[in-house]
Design a protein around this ligand. Structure first.
Ligand SMILES: [Zn+2]
Length: 320
């Protein structure tokens, strides 16, 4: 089974020093591509470097709404330079946030920075990975005014309403689901999944965040350390290992603060979503891979390998 992690942050300082091990383990678990999203001017160079070291990484550059206040006067020029020198890059992570953290950033500033980047994505014909928290109405209005987006919009970790799905899909959106969906009431999650057209469906881990709410004995953990000095990767955790993390019980919420998500946990997101959709997970994984191949072919994104080669490499059965 081969999988595509449509949105993660392997350059995150909390896991950067262990990224090569995380990637190797995730590749072993069948993850063939990772869309690694930068979040601020401080990490774009790391994303670029990683994409040059690992052919499995699709680089994405963007200014995340949480970091809007820290931008330098030249941020947009710097961003444009990254796209000029990285033809295989997509735009992300960009977006709007009216949640507890986003409320600290002036919303009009968020909108201005978001629109500039969305405009850039459109001009360059690249897909954009969008973060949206409690601002779906604003997002839809902006996309309706600026869209459609034939190069594709990835609504990352989609938690909007089922009713808005067709509106976003009309404008060129893909819907990417993460472990956060597991925290949503199953009935509500099912309604959303039902509305998503099968060719617009993606999976992601958002690692190192969005730890899936799943059985601990099968999850992979990255033990975070706020000092960033001692990150320990636990390849497979058993209940006895959990004890050494001074955690009792099988509940994810009982894990120590700072425990981080591993990109290989995408398998748990896949299993959960397949069960909600009453699909076999291998079947769903094949559908999703087709999305990856068709997304990049349709987008004419100059990936290190051509769409057709990607199609062959991934072993998707259908003709492009
Ligand atoms: Zn993210």
């Amino acid at each position: 089974m081969k999988l595509f992690d449509a949105h993660c942050h392997l350059q995150d300082p909390r896991i950067f020093s262990k990224a090569s091990q995380l990637i190797a383990m995730a590749l072993d678990s069948g993850v063939v591509r990772f869309a690694v999203n930068g979040v601020s001017e401080n990490d774009w160079h790391l994303v670029k470097q990683m994409s040059e070291s690992y052919s499995s990484i699709i680089p994405c550059f963007g200014l995340h709404p949480w970091y809007v206040a820290e931008r330098t006067p030249n941020w947009l020029d710097t961003l444009k330079q990254f796209f000029e020198t990285t033809p295989s890059a997509a735009v992300g992570e960009i977006g709007l946030d009216k949640g507890s953290r986003g409320r600290e950033i002036h919303f009009m500033d968020q909108v201005e920075v978001f629109e500039q980047q969305l405009n850039l994505a459109k001009e360059l014909g690249r897909p954009a990975s969008i973060h949206c928290v409690h601002a779906f109405g604003d997002l839809l209005q902006i996309m309706q005014r600026m869209g459609p987006f034939p190069a594709g919009i990835i609504l990352h970790s989609y938690m909007g309403s089922a009713e808005m799905v067709p509106e976003f899909a009309k404008l060129g959106s893909y819907f990417s689901f993460s472990g956060f969906l597991m925290a949503m009431e199953a009935r509500k999650a099912k309604r959303i999944l039902k509305m998503v057209p099968s060719e617009r469906f993606l999976l992601e881990t958002d690692a190192p965040d969005a730890f899936p709410k799943s059985k601990l004995d099968s999850l992979r953990l990255v033990e975070g350390d706020s000092s960033l000095k001692e990150l320990q990767v636990r390849e497979s955790i058993s209940i006895s290992n959990i004890a050494t993390l001074s955690c009792t019980g099988r509940d994810v919420s009982a894990l120590p603060q700072g425990t981080l998500n591993h990109p290989a946990n995408i398998l748990h997101v896949l299993s959960y979503i397949a069960s909600l959709m009453e699909m076999n997970k291998e079947e769903l994984a094949e559908e999703l891979l087709w999305q990856l191949a068709s997304l990049y072919v349709r987008l004419d994104l100059r990936l290190p390998i051509s769409g057709v080669a990607l199609h062959l490499e991934l072993g998707t059965q259908r003709a492009l």
